[in-house]
Design a protein. Structure first.
Lengths: 279, 161
């Protein structure tokens, strides 16, 4: 519990560096918007609990709008407590809950604003990452590339996004983290009580779901590599509050399906808190 | 005598160019759904010289703009700012002061920076009151493609002052 307060405290202290992810969820893929020349800074506290241990970390993320449809992002981790046996996951589809420094391009290739507050849009993401640690989950960890696509609907009342992605880690010292196909689906709703006009505070609720299909890690001394995949589905609520240039989102995910390969680590829950500021 | 005539001409032209301008814009914005979206648009608009007040409403999907007395702003600049923020600028209700001229049977209000052709949808009773010269009108500017904005617009007049 103390550690949660520590994360929250550090998060608040570093608020001037915050980013957020627009109008959307905290775990699932979405279609963030940023004006040309706009800057969006976030600091997130993240935690993953397995059966035996719990990780705590902070993540700082900076988005910059090259155009209204093209953003560049850089995200860096500050690990507070690392997992000895880490489950193979991104933790959060939007930004990793592991020790990777990640840079990505977000291209909104389709956008149709068809009404007051309403739009359909689709975004493609292409990224690269480099680890800040040598070993993750007892395996040498290398650089990675990732690609994802997300499409969604936003209005003043209802929100929905679906997306999918793939992350591939390169081999390092003859060891390699398993690749990771992933997908997400999110539904959001803003109750009437939060329908106050700008600049009044603006809250919305999401039900988020993630599916992950991590391949097995390859490591030295492995008896036999099976090339099998674990299957995980996690579901949970999240909340996003916006006020002027500030945003706060928080949520938790709980596994509803964990069909794991031998040696894969079972998860209990994931918790995230994200603070954002738009410059 | 020549010098006095020149001064008078300069004063007349000068007074027209300083008055010919947009006075008010209620710009419809599609696709703006969140507080930071409104904040970003409001901040972008406030950076523009010539605006007296800016109010953005998420629920109305509109930016309400009062322009300063001697502004040099154009509707195109406003709509480009909307686009720059990732939204779509639709029709706008404006009040303008400009010079009405007739070109090839079409009435056009010129503000110096932009031309507002009087749309066919303008009622006959209002049309019958149009006379070349300086005038102030309120009207609805028709939506144009965000990617192909020019300085030429179509305006349905709803009031002549």
């Amino acid at each position: 519990m103390k550690t949660y307060f520590l994360i929250l405290g550090i998060g608040l202290l570093t608020l001037y560096q915050v980013e957020a992810q627009g109008h959307g969820p905290i775990y699932g893929l979405q279609t963030p918007t940023l004006a040309k020349g706009g800057i969006n800074m976030n600091v997130a506290g993240m935690s993953i609990a397995t059966e035996d241990e719990t990780s705590y970390m902070l993540r700082h993320t900076l988005f910059y709008g090259l155009t209204e449809d093209l953003q560049i992002t850089l995200t860096t981790p500050t690990i507070i407590e690392r997992l000895e046996k880490a489950p193979r996951t991104r933790g959060n589809n939007m930004m990793p809950a592991n020790g990777d420094i990640e840079a990505a391009l977000w291209y909104r290739f389709f956008s149709n604003a068809f009404g007051v507050g309403k739009r359909f849009e689709s975004t493609a993401i292409l990224g690269v990452s480099a680890p800040t640690e040598d070993i993750r989950g007892q395996v040498n960890v290398g650089n990675s590339i990732l690609g994802a696509i997300s499409t969604g609907y936003a209005s003043r009342t209802w929100y929905a996004w679906i997306g999918g992605g793939y992350q591939y880690y390169f081999e390092k010292n003859y060891e390699q983290l398993g690749d990771l196909p992933y997908a997400s689906a999110v539904v959001g709703y803003r109750p009437n009580i939060f329908m106050g006009d700008y600049p009044k505070p603006d809250w919305r609720i999401f039900i988020e779901s993630l599916a992950e299909f991590p391949g097995d890690n390859k490591y030295t001394g492995q008896a036999n590599f099976t090339d099998e995949r674990s299957k995980k589905v996690l579901v949970g609520p999240s909340f996003l509050g916006l006020y002027g240039a500030w945003g706060i989102s928080f949520g938790a995910l709980f596994p509803v399906v964990q069909d794991l390969t031998p040696g894969a680590v079972k998860e209990n829950y994931r918790v995230s808190l994200n603070l954002s500021y738009w410059l | 005598m020549k010098r006095i005539a020149l001064i008078i001409v300069v004063m007349v032209v000068g007074s027209f160019s300083s008055n010919a301008q947009i006075q008010k814009i209620n710009q419809e914005v599609f696709g703006m759904d969140c507080a930071p979206c409104a904040y970003g648009l409001e901040r972008g608009l406030k950076k523009m010289d010539g605006l007296e007040s800016v109010k953005v409403s998420l629920n109305d999907g509109k930016a309400y703009l009062e322009l300063a007395k001697n502004n040099n702003l154009s509707l195109r600049q406003i709509q480009e700012e909307v686009k720059k923020n990732g939204f779509s600028a639709k029709k706008a209700e404006i009040a303008i002061n400009g010079k009405l001229v007739e070109q090839d049977g079409t009435y056009i209000i010129q503000t110096g920076k932009e031309n507002f052709a009087i749309a066919d949808e303008t009622s006959n009773s209002l049309r019958s009151r149009l006379k070349p010269g300086v005038l102030t009108v309120k009207g609805i500017v028709q939506d144009e493609e965000d990617d192909n904005l020019t300085n030429n617009w179509k305006l349905k007049i709803i009031q002549i002052y």
